[in-house]
Write a protein that binds this ligand. Structure first.
Ligand code: ZN
Length: 444
């Protein structure tokens, strides 16, 4: 295996990850965030390679960075590489290391964003700078986007870019972004590398029940709180039907095969089959698919009343709903039925579900790049239970994959570190990521 990246790239990915963590870009929601210093940091590193990054803001301080590397084949479709610059909040008193220290301790970089996803931002920068040093040019145009506001509404980030600056993404047909190609230890000694080829849609709902306000001591069969409580109980207890999308069916089939099981014997090639029986056979790897075999709707917030002896005229609840690709209509009909005639529901926030093909050259290229540097690994597809910036870029006709390669040791729970306490990433994992990303992009 020839080594394509130089020592400087390996050093830079670690330093850039640490530096970006030290730039506090906490997104508190409601517009309370400032990505600009991190955006300037990335733009300066790109400018050093001769690129001309554009800094774009809808709101002052909420800065996005976009740059284009011209490929050698002008007829080839362009590829978008994206990473967000903001992070979710962290309470320092909960952490073993200060979350914005970027400290490197015992071969591990600590801090908010180490996994989600300043690590990927740093990998992109390290690869591009390495190419500039060696004079390498990719075949396809590669558009790089560092976005603001992914951890809230994306209105100042990818939504703004897709809406107001579509020209910057001209020719892009595919995108590589958040989450995927990390080591998942399956408990049976196997190391899986799940590549994301789909996302469930977001359907955040507001439920409102109306009734007759009045004294808490009187007879009242028209109580908004009682009505709302009944509706959200029905929603919370509802068992959503299994609906297997092509990505999830492929994931189940490949995971089953690794366990020596023919998934067809569980009847999943036609309908839902015995999905619970199959998931039970997959051990810890079931976690990669169990949230995406069906839609979901979890009540998360309740709001009603202002005094114990006053029946309020209105009660409100919020529900975090998620739809499978193609499942939107069924989702809405189900909500109508579960809420009933006395409770109204509406979308508070809605984002499309995504599905990307597994037969593409790009998926094959990602797989080959992982296998080149992790020959012990098994690449499998999966669908993300939540969403990323790929949803916004899909409006430009761009098919998104989740691919942020990291080789992680056993006991390092990648998914628990997302938005978790003591978020951190091993230096070795960053080196692996740079090598795999570089290899994939050279062959893309
Ligand atoms: Zn993220």
């Amino acid at each position: 295996m020839t080594e394509d990246v130089d020592q400087q790239a390996l050093d830079e990915v670690v330093r850039f990850t640490s530096d970006l963590i030290r730039i506090d870009t906490t997104n508190h929601g409601g517009g309370d965030c400032r990505e600009r210093p991190a955006a300037e940091y990335t733009a300066e590193r790109l400018a050093g390679t001769g690129l001309e990054p554009a800094l774009l803001e809808r709101t002052p301080g909420r800065t996005n960075v976009v740059a284009r590397i011209e490929g050698t084949d002008p007829s080839a479709e362009a590829l978008l590489l994206h990473g967000h610059l903001d992070v979710v909040p962290a309470r320092a008193e909960d952490w073993r290391v200060h979350p914005f220290s970027g400290e490197i301790r015992d071969g591990v970089v600590w801090g908010r964003g180490a996994i989600d996803m300043k690590n990927m931002d740093a990998m992109i920068l390290a690869v591009v700078r390495n190419w500039a040093r060696s004079g390498f040019r990719p075949r396809r145009d590669i558009v790089i986007a560092f976005t603001a506001d992914e951890e809230a509404s994306a209105e100042d980030g990818s939504d703004f870019l897709a809406r107001r600056h579509p020209g910057l993404f001209e020719g892009c047909t595919e995108a590589i972004g958040e989450s995927g190609a990390f080591t998942f230890h399956d408990g049976g000694g196997r190391q899986l590398y799940p590549i994301a080829a789909g996302e469930r849609g977001t359907a955040w709902l507001k439920l409102t029940a109306h009734g007759r306000a009045g004294h808490g001591s009187k007879v009242n069969h028209d109580n908004a709180v009682t009505r709302l409580a009944a509706a959200i109980t029905r929603i919370g207890e509802y068992e959503w039907p299994v609906r297997l999308t092509p990505t999830v069916r492929a994931a189940l089939t490949e995971l089953a095969a690794l366990h020596g099981i023919d998934a067809r014997t569980y009847g999943i090639d036609e309908g839902p089959g015995d999905i619970d029986g199959l998931l039970a056979k997959l051990g810890p790897a079931a976690a990669l698919v169990e949230a995406t075999v069906r839609g979901s709707a979890n009540p998360t917030m309740l709001n009603a009343g202002y005094k114990i002896n006053v029946i309020p005229g209105e009660a409100v609840a919020y529900v975090d709903g998620r739809c499978l690709p193609g499942g939107e209509e069924e989702f809405e009909a189900t909500l109508d039925r579960l809420t009933g005639p006395d409770v109204q529901w509406e979308f508070e926030h809605r984002q499309v579900a995504l599905q990307a093909p597994l037969e593409s050259a790009t998926y094959a290229g990602m797989r080959a790049a992982v296998e080149a540097f992790a020959p012990e690994g098994y690449v499998v597809p999966y669908c993300m239970s939540g969403g990323t910036d790929a949803k916004q870029f899909s409006r430009l006709g761009i098919t998104g994959y989740g691919f942020t390669p990291l080789r992680l040791p056993e006991g390092f729970d990648y998914q628990a570190l997302f938005h978790g306490v003591d978020e951190r990433v091993p230096v070795d994992a960053l080196h692996f990521g740079v090598r795999v990303l570089d290899r994939f992009l050279r062959t893309a």
